[in-house]
Design a protein around this ligand. Structure first.
Ligand code: ZN
Ligand code: ZN
Length: 163
């Protein structure tokens, strides 16, 4: 069976992922992002720093007076990240950029955890498509700090707004 779905995601049975299973028992299958791009089309998959066995996503962050680079886990719902430079601060928002060309990542909606928080979007295709993207909050320590599919958030917003 081909484990790769058509849209750049590697499906992993939970039996191989005890840790993730423990966190979210209700889901049968997690997915791993195998391709991710900045709005200009640079690949941000980072083979140098695997997290829980999979290449992570490399992202540049900036806030007043601080900048750095981190790698987030490519596994849906996994909060693990490696900070390569700079420092993240609990409860503080960072603006996120492509580590290669420096363009800012698009934002989908306000997360709601604090007034200036954003759900940042990372496309799974070289040309950004909000329906084939992942999204996570840019405030360190937020419950929405691990990524989910942006399509799920878009559906949620539609339900909430009744259209
Ligand atoms: Zn770029
Ligand atoms: Zn948040």
């Amino acid at each position: 069976m081909n484990k790769y779905s058509s849209n750049g995601r590697l499906l992993i049975p939970l039996a191989q992922r005890e840790k993730v299973k423990a966190e979210k028992k209700e889901d049968k299958v997690k997915y791993v992002v195998t391709s991710a791009f900045c709005p200009n089309g640079c690949s941000i998959i980072d083979n140098e720093y695997p997290i829980n066995g999979y290449p992570g996503l490399r992202i540049k962050f900036k806030r007043p007076g601080v900048e750095g680079v981190f790698v987030i886990s490519a596994i849906e719902g996994d909060f693990e990240k490696i900070v390569l430079s700079g420092e993240l601060k609990q409860g503080v928002k960072d603006d996120l950029f492509c580590p290669h060309c420096g363009v800012a990542f698009e934002k989908l909606v306000n997360c709601g955890c604090q007034p200036d928080s954003d759900m940042v979007v990372i496309g799974l295709t070289p040309k950004l498509d909000f329906n084939n993207s992942i999204t996570f909050c840019n405030v360190t320590g937020c419950n929405n700090g691990a990524f989910v599919e942006s399509g799920a958030i878009i559906r949620h917003i539609r339900l909430r707004n009744g259209f």
